[in-house]
Ligand binder design. Sequence first.
Ligand SMILES: [Zn+2]
Ligand SMILES: [Zn+2]
Length: 141
Amino acid sequence: MTELLGPTKGYCACNCGLFGTLRKRPEGHIRGCNCPKCRGKRNRQKGDSKARQARKALGITGVNSRHEEVWGGDVRVEVKAGAQVKPVVTAFLRCEIQSEQHRPIGDNRPFMLVVMPDGSKDGFVVMRLADYVRHHGIEPV
Ligand SMILES: [Zn+2]
Ligand SMILES: [Zn+2]
């Protein structure tokens, strides 16, 4: 019946020295703890919130799940965030600036980056989400 007693205070379970209200998940850790478990949880929450933002912008309805493959819609969407996407972002921004420098006045079409890797006839498309949804007339949900 301890859960009826309300939040209990104590030292963080990972011995990081933080004192405060003990959380349920990760069990016995304190807000602000920087151990791998707590960092992992924060990163998942951040990823989930980014995925939610992207899903709304794309007008994707369906099950609100961490697993983007069950979102529904006509494409399988995988939303990635954080350090792992930095190289893509950097490449995109560099190319966008280049394109901007050569953009004729009055050409207001959205910018799309297409990358063609060596040894492949297929390529990859990267666009700003805002441009993509505007271009396709997608209504946010
Ligand atoms: Zn801790
Ligand atoms: Zn922790």
